[in-house]
Design a protein around this ligand. Structure first.
Ligand code: HEM
Length: 374
């Protein structure tokens, strides 16, 4: 092996190759306005962040897809999820750069890129699929170009983008499914799904939790009604608090599930409440961080969608998108409707004070087991 290894920065990072990639369709930087070079460069940087996000998400998904998720792997998972959230914040930050471009500046080259669109970003679709956004949850575009068709060439041929997304569609489980599986196995009051009587144990925990939650909600209702200025307000508040309590029960008992799914969904939701409520227990501290990191990630994703929509509204108004969608209206709808980890968000509405929690049973089930007896 030759000694005198002399790696240089420009080779290691592939600087020349990288800097040769912003030349647009005409393949000449010199002929492009600064706005267009920025437009291309920002999209490229964002695609690179998406590439990193996909690697992180695959790693995290694989950790949770194991039959036994080791406690030690949870800190690594949290790091990966938080890094992905941060990547989305970076992408979101770039929209301010786009806003340095006036409407006229953008219109100067918009025709060149049409009908291309960020709608054809295969990596964004991969991220959505990896997280667990299902096809039936996607918004209809109101024209023939559904999201898979948009990734093919206009004559219907496969493209690198469609191949990427098709491959990702067959790469299961999603992070949502893997996390669901892991949550399902969470010990609740020391009971696990394979133990006899687990179903009754979970229902008992949920009933006691719901009773405690109802008490807390009742205090809040009485206080709110006492402070309400008029009869109409009192009625409205009364209804609202009763509805909130009914919603909590319906959610935890999984009234929205089919009879086959019901026990499973209810157990997963019970696990979420349990982990959040008793997070001081050594074996629940990291799981609780995982849940928090996932909410942080989904929040960053939603804010990315909202910020993109506001940038688009500022630069081009509400006109039809180059990809043929309703533009800002479509983007706002995705921000509103595309949620994967709904249960993790929903559970926050029904958490209660620590002092009001039902007593913990079998706390010893949640302590680390020493490696030896010394
Ligand atoms: C002036 C700048 C930009 C404008 C006017 C713009 C406009 C739009 C519009 C109107 C859509 C909806 C689909 C369509 O009909 O075309 C869209 C989708 C999209 N754009 Fe942008 N965009 C801009 C910059 C960016 C940047 C910098 C990114 C970086 C990642 C980006 C990523 C996306 C993605 C991923 C979608 C698909 C969203 C989805 O279907 O959920 N866009 N864009």
């Amino acid at each position: 092996m030759a000694s005198g290894k002399s790696t240089v920065y420009w080779d290691y990072i592939k600087i020349e190759e990288l800097l040769a990639l912003q030349s647009g369709i005409a393949d000449s930087d010199a002929e492009l306005a600064n706005d267009e070079v920025m437009f291309i460069t920002v999209h490229q940087i964002d695609e690179l962040w998406f590439k990193l996000a996909i690697r992180e998400l695959v790693h995290v998904r694989d950790l949770f897809a194991r039959e036994k998720v080791r406690e030690q792997s949870l800190s690594s998972a949290v790091r990966g999820i938080r890094r992905t959230a941060l990547l989305f914040e970076m992408v979101t930050g770039h929209f301010a750069l786009m806003e340095t471009m006036t409407t006229r500046d953008y219109l100067g080259f918009r025709d060149k890129l049409s009908p291309a669109s960020g709608f054809q970003s295969a990596q964004l679709r991969e991220i959505e699929i990896l997280l667990g956004l299902r096809i039936e949850e996607r918004l209809p575009l109101g024209h023939d170009n559904d999201y898979l068709r948009a990734l093919r060439y206009p004559d219907g041929r496969e493209s690198p983008a469609s191949r990427r997304v098709e491959a990702r569609l067959s790469d299961s489980p999603s992070l949502h499914e893997a996390i669901g599986e892991w949550l399902y196995r969470t010990p609740i009051q020391g009971s696990t799904p394979e133990l006899p009587g687990d179903e009754e144990e979970v229902v008992r925990f949920l009933e006691r939790y719901l009773a405690a939650q109802a008490l807390e909600l009742e205090d809040a209702r009485v206080q709110a009604i006492a402070a309400a200025p008029g009869e109409a307000d009192r009625k409205r508040l009364d209804q609202r608090y009763h509805q909130e309590q009914a919603n909590a029960r319906a959610f935890l008992m999984a009234d929205d599930a089919t009879p086959e799914q019901r026990r499973r969904w209810s157990r997963i939701r019970a696990a979420l409440v349990f982990i959040e409520s008793y997070r001081e227990l050594p074996l629940l501290a990291w799981p609780r961080e995982v849940l928090d990191a996932i909410v942080e990630l989904e929040q960053a994703f939603v804010i990315f969608r909202q910020r993109h929509a506001r940038m688009v509204e500022r630069v081009v108004g509400r006109r039809t998108g180059t990809g043929g969608s309703a533009g800002v209206d479509y983007l706002d709808q995705t921000a509103l409707r595309y949620r994967v980890f709904r249960d993790l968000w929903a559970v926050r509405t029904l958490l209660i004070q620590r002092s009001a929690l039902p007593p913990l049973e079998r706390p010893e089930a949640y302590h680390f087991i020493a490696a030896d007896d010394d």
